[in-house]
Write a protein that binds this ligand. Structure first.
Ligand code: CA
Length: 177
């Protein structure tokens, strides 16, 4: 069956309009793509230099704890209104951000470990979201970390702290940091 001409034209318009967001110096530390010249997502790249990846466990049956980063612990109040809008941060509202961040997760690792938790399931995504999007779902850009949570080095610090505890604490929902 042949497609109508208008469908083909629409497809061509969308295909021609597909372009990767370019590396932005202003988001240094939040860009997961570190290839500054990339204009196609297939050319995106990034690397955790001199890092040895922690092996996955043979058996995943151990105590997990699930949390939303925004609703957990506010370890760095300086990032609560990091986009400079009026409606980013309000702990009295269920739909706005409470200010939790990766520093807060790091700060509470002793508490989690003390409860016997061996695995951490962080709900939502770490990617750029709407300023008030507290649940971290529906990210707007899958190449850019949400500045409310922390930059890539903060995530790496969290992973290192977790692995220093020699546990599986810190497994992510979908993403490898
Ligand atoms: Ca914060």
């Amino acid at each position: 069956m042949a497609l109508p001409g208008w469908v083909l034209q629409l497809f061509i318009i969308f295909a021609a309009g597909t372009e990767a967001l370019k590396f932005e110096q202003e988001y240094l530390g939040y860009n997961l793509n570190e290839n500054e010249s990339a204009t196609d997502p297939l050319d995106y790249s990034g690397e955790w230099a001199n890092h040895t990846f922690f092996p996955s466990p043979e058996n995943w049956r151990f105590p997990f704890y699930t949390l939303f980063v925004d609703k957990w612990v506010n370890g760095d109040p300086s990032n609560d209104d990091i986009n400079g809008t009026l409606f980013e941060h309000d702990v009295m509202q269920t739909q706005l951000r409470h200010g939790g961040d990766i520093q807060g997760v790091i700060d509470s690792l002793d508490y989690l470990q003390g409860m016997g938790i061996k695995g951490l399931y962080i709900a939502g995504s770490p990617f750029n979201n709407m300023p008030w999007g507290a649940d971290a779902y529906s990210p707007l850009d899958l190449t850019l970390l949400d500045k409310h949570f922390g930059d890539i080095n903060k995530y790496r610090e969290m992973v290192t702290e977790i692995h220093n505890r020699n546990s599986e604490l810190g497994k992510y929902e979908r993403e490898k940091i």
